[in-house]
Design a binder for this molecule. Structure first.
Ligand code: ADP
Ligand code: MG
Length: 861
């Protein structure tokens, strides 16, 4: 317990997994907490001391570890550092690794399609430093981003790390609360501010990567990027006990390299998850992810998180996709090979960390072999992007051969089981094995010899783990046992003996077997180290495979769903012919989706006001424009017949408060916050999608705000905008503003029913058809009729000053409170009226004082 307490003190913020034989035990508070989370029995170490205790078997520790991490705990793994059989006194133990949500490298615990980032941030008034790394793949990024809190929070949302490192003192800042608000499962880990100082961070980076300055990383003059990267590196070294050689040198980026898509836009366009349930179903990625490897899936996500801004790079990706689209036979072959390539990146990390199993090394070897096949099958592909990827795929035949000769084709699960290393790989091992094997033969020979010597026909020579080798003689034959037999054990029906000869032999065999275990384990380590020597080229290889996979996936989607290659031009416009919503079209019966054209530019069609009844398809059409623009900037093909556009720097998509009610956010304030954000950040290169903005407040308010926002975008920003609204009053904007145009989604009325035609056409909706939709939805006829009556009154303009329909006031005239806040009461208004009547030039000072006094009296009580 003393040993335990010492370690526990060092890792106070973690649950300590204390290795005792085949178990990880937890004591005291740890045991109480963990037993609840893990649903395992809490016992006491011994009755007198009453120390709470619980434990999990070490071979199934993974699932328990995952559960603790998911519950927001860190776990320190303490192992026995020497063989208990040989240790004198208490076995030496120490913590070999601390598992935290942001530093996991185990394949079976991680989602293969997701990166698992650890991130560190620092902030000054005008810039932020961010750095993030995934120890399971080796990726390491660092950047200095212009802007303040808002930009920093956006970047945290984009990276969506599992664990965030901040400097002590930071944890109480309001920023932390904002960060936590949006990501509930994010663990925030407080670090010593010293970790973030430029000097210590730089020192750590230089030392770890063995370089003399930071020029080659491009961050020499980015103090914030350096300090964040230092914090990440320091934490990784701490938790992995220094074993982090698989971490790449840091790569830097800026916020202008990629199209910016803020969190709200990602959510509203349902890029990675649907709004209503937050799961992957019915999201864009679910439709377009046809990747075959985990590396490809993660890469595709990056393409969507960091859409390109460079036309040349986009064209290169498009060329590569087109080439593979045009070769259906090869494409199928490529995808088939990709399917047989495992997660090389993560296998490599585990090889570095030492947690890789023999079977995983076989899987790595097979994957490498398949990579070579992949390269061969790309022989005839010549687009520049693909050619570069092929160059990244070095020939690894030597390593593959080496592994093939080193490890059995289907080895046991763990190295301790023996039989992992192949015959012929190591001479000494082969010799030891033949000694061990001879044992079998020798046993049989001995049995024959002893039978004839003693005349006991049923005599057996056997081996078991507890007693080693022995000779078994049944009770009936005991009188025939010779003098030199030494009795070892008595059983019900037989007795077991050994002989001097047997003992000597046993020693030889046992020694050989022990040595085999040792040697296999040493050789396995050697093989691991050998692989890590190829770390750099293997990472390039993995990166190339990831990209090829994404390209193949884009091509497969394009063919399967009939996407087109968008054309990029210098013109600041978006022209879409027969565009479709990628997700909705896939959930609608075949050919059921009605495609729509859209043309948005900066001359005549800058702002399109889209009106139309509920359920007509307004939200769908504006989202599909957003998704097509986003996809186009990743290099992917898009769901349309024809598209041409200029580079778009940002997409903003906002949905009016009502649609977000389900998510339980404070609605109107959020809506206005987000609108304000857009008006401040959009440029004339941006695309703004506004869906029912202004709906979260009273009608007149809402219309006014919507109107003013549209005017502001028209006059001051010039951004391309789609504005879906059911306020048909907004159609009047087009009369006064030259670049605002009205569109509506056509419907037809037939027998008092409406038929949705889903076609976007010029012109405004004259009315809203809400009642017909209500009828369709099954409102009682009485309600429908009454609603029609009210509507008729409303259309005559029967509103009161608060924007409430007069029709509804029949109960108690004036009894309702106005929805608008008024600043002045009736009495105040009276005073104001009087003030207006005064002509100061016509009164004396005394009169003025008297008037002042009487006015003041009016305001009393
Ligand atoms: P609105 O925003 O006008 O109320 P939505 O865009 O939410 O309407 O569309 C309502 C439903 O209509 C969608 O869920 C979809 O099922 C269907 N829909 C929308 N656009 C189309 C289309 N172009 N073709 C076929 N069905 C569509
Ligand atoms: Mg809508």
């Amino acid at each position: 317990m003393r040993q335990y307490s010492e370690l526990k003190n060092k890792y106070a913020d973690a649950i300590l997994f204390f290795r005792l034989g085949d178990f990880y035990e937890m004591f005291l508070d740890d045991a109480v907490v963990a037993s609840k989370i893990l649903n395992i029995t809490l016992t006491a170490r011994n009755k007198e001391s009453n120390v709470p205790l619980c434990g999990v078997p070490h071979h199934s520790a993974q699932i328990y570890l995952k559960r603790l991490l998911d519950a927001g705990f860190k776990v320190a793994i303490c192992e026995q550092l020497e063989d208990p059989a040989k240790a004198k006194g208490i076995v030496k133990r120490d913590v070999v690794r601390v598992l935290t949500p942001g530093t996991i490298a185990d394949i079976d615990v991680l989602d293969p399609r997701e990166n698992n980032y650890l991130m560190a941030v620092t902030l000054t008034n005008s810039a932020a430093g961010v750095s993030f790394a995934d120890i399971s793949t080796g990726e390491f990024f660092t950047a200095e981003l212009a802007g303040g809190e808002t930009e920093l929070i956006e970047e945290i949302r984009r990276v969506s790390p599992k664990e965030l490192l901040v400097s002590a003192g930071f944890e109480t800042s309001p920023l932390i609360k904002k960060i936590k608000d949006g990501s509930h499962d994010l663990m925030i880990t407080i670090q010593d501010p010293a970790r973030f100082t430029l000097k210590s961070a730089k020192g750590l980076l230089l030392e770890h990567f063995q370089i003399s300055n930071l020029h080659s990383f491009g961050i020499e003059n980015m103090p914030l990027a350096v300090s964040a990267a230092g914090a990440v590196l320091g934490y990784l070294i701490d938790t992995q006990k220094g074993n982090i050689k698989n971490i790449n040198s840091p790569r830097t980026y800026t916020n202008s390299d990629s199209m910016i898509i803020d969190e709200a836009t990602r959510r509203n366009l349902e890029i990675f998850s649907n709004i209503s349930r937050g799961s992957r179903e019915e999201s864009l990625i679910e439709i377009i992810d046809l990747t075959s490897t985990p590396m490809g899936a993660r890469e595709l996500k990056k393409w969507l998180l960091f859409p390109l801004q460079d036309r040349h790079k986009i064209t290169e990706r498009q060329d590569a996709i087109e080439e593979i689209c045009l070769k259906p036979l090869e494409r199928r072959g490529i995808i088939e090979i990709l399917c047989s390539i495992n997660d090389i990146e993560r296998l490599l990390s585990r090889t570095h960390l030492g947690s890789v199993t023999p079977r995983e090394l076989v899987s790595l070897r097979e994957s490498l072999q398949n990579c070579m096949e992949l390269k061969k099958s790309l022989r005839d592909f010549s687009s520049p992007f693909m050619s570069r990827l092929k160059e990244d795929m070095a020939d690894h035949s030597d390593l593959i051969d080496y592994l093939k000769n080193a490890i059995e084709d289907s080895p046991p699960q763990t190295i301790k089981d023996c039989g992992v290393i192949k015959q012929g790989f190591n001479k000494e091992l082969d010799e030891l094995r033949s000694i061990s094997r001879e044992g079998e033969k020798w046993m049989v020979q001995l049995e024959v010899k002893e039978r004839s010597r003693t005349g006991i026909g049923s005599l057996k020579v056997r081996y078991n783990r507890v007693f080693g080798y022995y000779i078994d003689v049944t009770r009936a034959n005991l009188h025939l046992v010779p003098q030199d037999y030494i009795r070892k054990q008595s059983l019900a029906n037989s007795e077991r003996f050994i002989t001097q000869e047997l003992k000597e032999f046993e020693e030889k065999i046992v020694n050989a077997n022990e040595r085999i275990i040792q040697l296999e384990s040493t050789l396995f380590d050697e093989i691991r180290k050998k692989i890590t020597e190829f770390s750099a080229p293997l990472k390039y290889l993995a990166g190339a495979v990831a990209n090829i996979d994404v390209i193949a996936s884009c091509a497969a989607v394009a063919v399967k769903r009939n996407y087109c290659r968008p054309r990029f031009t210098d013109r600041n416009e978006i022209v879409i012919k027969d565009g479709r919503h990628p997700v909705i079209e896939s959930h609608i019966q075949k050919n059921g989706f009605v495609p729509n054209d859209a043309k948005i530019d900066t001359e005549e069609n800058q702002i399109l006001i889209i009106t139309g009844p509920n359920m007509a398809g307004k939200s769908t059409v504006i989202r599909q424009v957003g998704l097509i623009v986003l996809l186009a900037h990743t290099g992917s093909f898009v769901p349309a017949a024809e598209v041409s556009m200029g580079i778009v720097d940002r997409i903003f998509a906002r949905v009016g408060a009502m649609d977000e009610l389900a998510r339980g956010r404070s609605t109107f304030m959020v809506e206005m916050n987000e609108t304000a954000y857009i008006l401040r950040h959009a440029t004339e290169r941006s695309l703004i999608l506004l869906d029912e903005i202004g709906r979260g407040t009273a009608t007149f308010d809402g219309i006014s705000i919507a109107w003013a926002v549209a005017e502001y975008i028209h006059e001051k920003i010039g951004a391309k905008t789609l504005f879906a609204t059911h306020y048909h009053e907004l159609t009047e904007l087009a009369i006064t503003k030259p670049r605002i145009k009205n569109f509506t989604i056509s419907v037809r009325e037939w027998n008092e029913k409406i038929i949705f035609l889903r076609k976007l056409v010029p012109g405004g909706a004259s009315r809203s058809f809400g009642i017909q939709v209500g009828k369709l939805a099954g409102l009682p006829l009485e309600v429908v009729e009454r609603a029609k009556e009210i509507l008729a009154n409303l259309e005559k303009g029967e509103f009161d000053s608060a924007g409430k329909p007069r029709i509804a006031k029949n109960t108690k005239e004036g009894g309702q409170t106005a929805s608008q806040m008024t600043f002045f009461s009736g009495r105040d208004l009276e005073v104001i009226e009087e003030l207006k009547k005064i002509a100061p030039e016509a009164i004396t000072p005394i009169e003025a004082l008297q008037i002042l006094n009487s006015l003041k009296n009016k305001l009393k009580d």
